[in-house]
Ligand binder design. Structure first.
Ligand SMILES: Cc1ncc(COP(=O)(O)O)c(C=O)c1O
Length: 402
């Protein structure tokens, strides 16, 4: 699907989805210097504890336990909750979600999504068998799950409910902050996330006992006194990651405001374009707007999602097709074990979704130019009226040389 940028590409540098945000470089370096001076580099150091405290205050969860990454956070959470047998997850998520379950010896059972691209509670209800022990909802691309719907199913059928909130730090649904939903939620602070700690993750929960189990599991099964009481692993976050994560999370209000501003620019730039719809959160949600996703309906747009990806790549803009194909079509998940199919909404979403660059360094001119490239392609394909593509703009070229 990749195309080589032309020498005359609209952008003189690669514009990528998930380009890391580094909100205050000096503060990060100061904190790392402090860790080096203290000679405390890991083992629940002061920066990790401060990061956890910040996360607790941000999310409202009683406990936030920082770990090496989001995948391990999910593995620890399902293990600490004692899940067994089958666990229902959306097919439409990053492969980390089902992989974390499989890695713990569980069988992910793939459910279809609702109109917002998140696990559909009605479909979940139909997938439950005597082997089902839990549900993992995914707040997809910053949009919250139908948490109330999943809570109702879990309560009625006696299932453990967890949320993969890798994309959703700072989001909320019906006035409830992500981090406080279900039995536990997990976050990712991977470099591509809008709040990053290079690599990192966290388990958030209000359950004191569960938190104590996760804390022990993160550190070889040792309790606070260093006594080994259970099996465990090494999932500890180190101080350099915490320095980055802490600095990013201190700046989260500005980061979310920037995400939302770019969302508005994209929505304005792509408005009324046939077959192109900018996705937004549920009406009752507060989104972190960290991912900018659009749906491309080829019958109306006259171009496919993949043609747009190729065209943008020629201009040095690298969009992503998160997440295609759906997990139920991936090699490690043989269909005879992970049925039932079909999953029509997941299939359609995987065919039509396109994630556009949205990192903090993008200006209004950058977003305007990306929108004009898409508008030009669709306008030519449909013969509809639209603004001509002006490329390259002076401001974009100027940035390259500054
Ligand atoms: C939905 C989802 N869950 C889990 C993860 C895993 O997070 P990490 O990369 O920190 O292991 C990711 C990573 O991008 C993700 O997108």
């Amino acid at each position: 699907m990749s195309a080589t940028p032309a020498a005359s590409a609209a952008f003189g540098h690669a514009v990528r989805v998930g380009a890391p945000n580094i909100p205050d470089r000096d503060r990060v370096l100061d904190r790392i210097a402090g860790a080096l001076s203290r000679r405390t580099l890991s083992n629940n150091g002061p920066l990790v504890r401060e990061f956890e405290d910040r996360l607790r205050r941000l999310t409202g969860a009683r406990h936030c336990i920082a770990v090496t990454n989001g995948t391990v956070a999910l593995e620890l959470a399902v293990r600490a909750c004692g899940l067994t047998g089958e666990v229902i997850v959306p097919s439409f998520t990053y492969v980390a979600t089902p992989h974390a379950l499989s890695w713990q010896g569980l069988t992910p059972v793939f459910g279809d999504v609702d109109a917002y691209g998140c696990l559909d509670p009605d479909h979940v209800r139909r997938l439950v068998t005597p082997r089902t022990s839990g549900i993992v909802g995914v707040h997809l691309l910053g949009t919250c799950c139908d948490a109330a719907g999943l809570e109702a199913v879990a309560a009625e059928l006696g299932l453990v409910l967890l949320f993969d909130a890798a994309h959703a730090l700072g989001s909320a649904t019906d006035g409830r902050r992500v981090g406080t939903l279900g039995r536990a939620e997990i976050f990712s602070f991977h470099a591509t996330k809008f709040v990053n700690s290079f690599e990192g993750g966290a388990v958030a929960t209000d359950d004191d006992e569960l938190a104590a189990r996760v804390r022990a599991m993160r550190n070889f099964g040792q309790d606070d006194d260093g006594v080994v009481r259970s099996l465990g692993t090494n999932a500890k976050m180190h101080e350099i990651s915490a320095a980055m994560g802490l600095t990013a999370v201190e700046n989260i209000t500005g980061l979310i405001a920037g995400n939302e501003q770019r969302h508005t620019w994209y929505a304005d730039g792509l408005r009324d374009l046939p077959g192109i719809a900018v996705r937004g959160p549920r009406p009752a949600d507060a989104s972190n707007y960290s991912y900018l996703s659009v749906l491309v309906d080829p019958a109306r747009a006259g171009v496919t999602r993949d043609e747009i990806v190729r065209r943008l790549a020629e201009e040095n803009v690298f969009a992503k097709v998160y997440f295609h194909p759906g997990n139920h079509r991936l090699e490690p998940y043989p269909q005879e074990r992970h049925r039932p199919l079909p999953l029509p909404r997941s299939e359609r979403l995987a065919e039509q979704i396109l994630v556009l660059p949205n990192s903090a360094d993008l200006t209004a001119d950058d977003v305007g130019l990306i929108c004009r490239l898409i508008r030009d392609l669709v306008t030519r394909a449909t013969g509809a009226r639209g603004e001509p593509t002006s490329r390259p703009t002076v401001s974009v070229r100027a940035r390259e040389s500054s």
